[in-house]
Design a protein around this ligand. Sequence first.
Ligand code: UDP
Length: 314
Amino acid sequence: MTRKRVSVVSGGAGFVPSHICDRLIEKGHKVICVDNLITGKTANVRHLLKNKDFEFVRRDVSRPFTIKGPVDHVLHCASPASPVDYLENPIETLLVGSHATHHLLEMARVKRAIFLLTSTSEVYGDPQEHPQKETYWGHVNPNGPRSVYDEAKRYAEAMTFAYHRTHKVDVRVVRIFNTYGPRMNLHDGRVVPNFIYQALKGKPLTVYGSGRQTRSFCYVEDEVEGILRLLFSKVAGPINIGNPDEFTVMDFAKMVLELSGSKSRIVHKPLPQDDPRQRCPDITLARTRLGWEPRVDLREGLLKTIAWFKQNLE
Ligand code: UDP
């Protein structure tokens, strides 16, 4: 009898990882979701709690722990990911990028599991190469406020490849670009929930700085499809998974107003320190190695996200 594959997902109650848990369960895996809920939400996995193939463990993965029995995949997704959250939890963010990455790589080594790290476009910092290819080394302030996230993820990548080279652990590293969709935390301070919340509540949309800075937004279904294609490929990466359609924050604000039918005004607030001026993935590698590209354009994805936010505000 063949047994079900077992996937450990750290941070599995977070926005993107909870969708990863769903997809792995659909694919017939057993999922062990480990989360300390400092930014994750039980609501994101509540629908899975009665599923016999899903187990929720509340714990901080920055401290060592063991899992009984076989493990086939270790997906290390735990980390505060919104600037507001990681600035509120700077030490936890550094530890989950460093200590937790080490512990989970050890788990993967001992269990002979595939290890997947969810890294980030933030490893490119405020990029001087545009769009960003995986070969670009980045432009990061090593000790500014954002460094707690950027450097933690850069260290996590370094540790992952050190385990790959030294212990032959089979690894995958995905660099996630701005992702949005249902289950985003309404109050995590990121631009997508902020603008949608403000538009729906008739409050002014807060554009930081001039609004000329750019971001490229990927719908969560597309993002998760890319991550799973990477997991089931033979590609170690790092590999960018994101939507290459680039928008200024100001144009994004106008689109949210239009699609939500809101009459809110736009106001300007100070730009956070070290806020990247531009960000757009080069996804040639994902296209050629994984046969992946995003399918949902921003208007379509935003309409679905606005509908979800409306339901969840009620
Ligand atoms: N931003 C904004 N208003 C907000 C929240 C964010 O103008 O209410 C800007 C922010 O300064 C950045 C971009 O939107 O330039 C994306 O910010 P977010 O926090 O979503 O993610 P980041 O890409 O910076 O990690």
